[in-house]
Design a protein around this ligand. Structure first.
Ligand code: GDP
Length: 453
């Protein structure tokens, strides 16, 4: 998961300060040595790591002894502040043209995730009420144009294909013609945004840079987003620098942050190019994409979780009408049936694996231990519980009291589990139903109180 190793290592270095009374030169040095190693192992750029450590050192040495924070907390706070300095404190805004269509130029090397990210960006913009038009100007690789078409279709975004002849139209003039025609198409058909997926090369080359510069001149884009593959670490940072030197990128999209990438590129790109990271790609699916919020990322890196993103995900993925109906039902004390139980399980699963949910929870403070516990949750158990409920009749699901011995045997057989497992589930459900009943009567009373005010 994102920053997992970095987080673990940093936690360890913070922990070493926990038993200390105050920050001293010696314990600061020890902690900083560990933090430096953690950063370098996460593939943070050497200069960036060194600067960060020096800033932390200066602040730690000057740190007040008259503070309610213990040394470990003090260091966490200082590191957090410095990471924010590195990443930029505010979430970078997305720039729109004063006169639509806004043009977004996607830049990057082949395989970095440019085409995938173009589709993700279109999806994200559509959710925000925009009407993006996609175009691929990779006239050198027909397969690349085809790939964008497939991506566009899968996310239901419009694509401009244009008149195009692979045999003769494989030069920069054709690229510019295609780009111009796409721009016209966007304007004529009220697309407020044009996303231009460009040709990638395996490495930085002059011809590519010249073409990008010509596209920039032609289209006057509001955003030039450099797509960087986080897995390539320092290479991604170096090519970001090369693109920025020539094109002045306006931001970066870091892809493949879901992989076992060490994520250090995230901490280096802004520092090296001056351009902020604007989005993270966290998977292959079109919605595995999130705006980059520095404060939340720092929270994740330092093991403080990211409740804000988790809540947003819940907001987006969960069926609100079902949730409301459920809450009402539970609070009215109508009873929590096995049907409800199954629905709850399904909703939780929509948020991702239990482990991925727990990763968003703080691993420090009162929540410590929760991630540990989550790592022991057996994901398969979820599937089994659902299978058991599935093998009940609707009558049984609505009234668990009728589930006697022979029914339990039948259900167990249907779900391919032991009867004991069915018993355990029924007991668990019973406890939950009781809990909801108590909450419900409490809720009812509260409602009455509010009404009588
Ligand atoms: P392009 O050559 O720059 O257009 O790169 P593509 O968009 O074709 O992506 C290259 C590969 O990376 C494809 O297999 C994508 O599915 C994959 N990919 C892109 N973004 C992500 C991401 O955020 N996470 C993961 N796991 N894979 C990604």
């Amino acid at each position: 998961a994102m920053f997992e190793t970095l987080t673990d290592k940093l936690q360890r270095s913070f922990k070493s300060l926990r038993g200390q009374g105050t920050l001293t030169d010696e314990n600061i040095n020890d902690a900083l040595r560990d933090i430096r190693v953690a950063l370098l192992e996460a593939d943070v750029n050497l200069t960036v790591a060194r600067d960060l450590i020096e800033q932390v050192r200066a602040k730690a040495i000057g740190a007040s002894v008259a503070t309610a924070l213990n040394p470990s907390e003090q260091i966490v706070k200082i590191v957090s502040d410095e990471l924010l300095n590195v990443l930029g404190r505010d979430t970078a805004k997305f720039k729109f043209a004063s006169q639509p269509p806004t043009v977004i130029l996607m830049a990057g090397l082949q395989g970095s995730g440019k085409t995938t990210s173009s589709g993700k960006l279109a999806t994200w913009l559509k959710k925000g009420g925009h009407r993006p038009l996609l175009v691929s100007v990779d006239v050198y690789r027909p397969a690349a144009r085809e790939q964008l078409k497939v991506v566009a279709q899968s996310v239901g975004a419009a694509i401009y294909e244009g008149a195009y002849d692979a045999a003769t139209d494989n030069n920069t003039a054709a690229v510019l013609r295609l780009a111009k025609a796409a721009y016209k198409e966007a304007r004529n058909f009220a697309h407020d945004i044009l996303i231009v997926d460009t040709a990638g090369r395996l490495g930085i080359d002059e011809a590519l840079m010249d073409e990008m510069a010509a596209l920039k001149k032609e289209l006057n884009p509001s955003e030039i987003l450099f797509v960087a593959d986080a897995m390539t670490g320092q290479d991604a940072v170096n090519s970001a620098k090369a693109f920025n030197d020539r094109l002045q990128i306006t931001g970066a999209i870091l892809t493949k942050m879901d992989g076992d990438s060490r994520g250090g590129a995230a901490l280096s790109i802004r520092q090296i190019t001056g351009a902020p990271i604007k989005f993270l790609g966290t998977g292959e699916k079109p919605d595995a994409f999130e705006p980059f919020h520095p404060d939340r990322i720092v929270g994740r890196i330092l093991g403080m979780g990211d409740i804000a993103t988790l809540l947003e995900r819940a907001e987006e993925k969960l069926d609100k009408s079902k949730a409301t109906a459920f809450a009402q039902k539970a609070l009215m004390g109508d009873g929590f049936t096995l049907d409800d139980f199954r629905e709850q399980l399904r909703q939780i699963k929509k948020l991702g694996s239990i482990q991925s949910i727990m990763k968003m929870m703080p691993s420090v403070g009162p929540f410590a231990g929760m991630q540990q516990a989550a790592s022991q949750v057996d994901e398969k158990q979820f599937g089994r519980v659902e299978a058991i409920i599935n093998s009940m009749t609707q009558k049984e699901r609505l009234n668990s009291a009728i589930i006697n011995g022979s029914r339990r045997k039948r259900i167990a057989k249907g779900a391919g589990v032991e009867v004991a497992e069915v018993n355990r589930l029924l007991k668990q459900h019973d406890q939950m139903a009781k809990m909801f009943k108590t909450m419900g009567s409490g809720g009812g009373k509260m409602q009455q109180r509010l009404m009588s005010q």
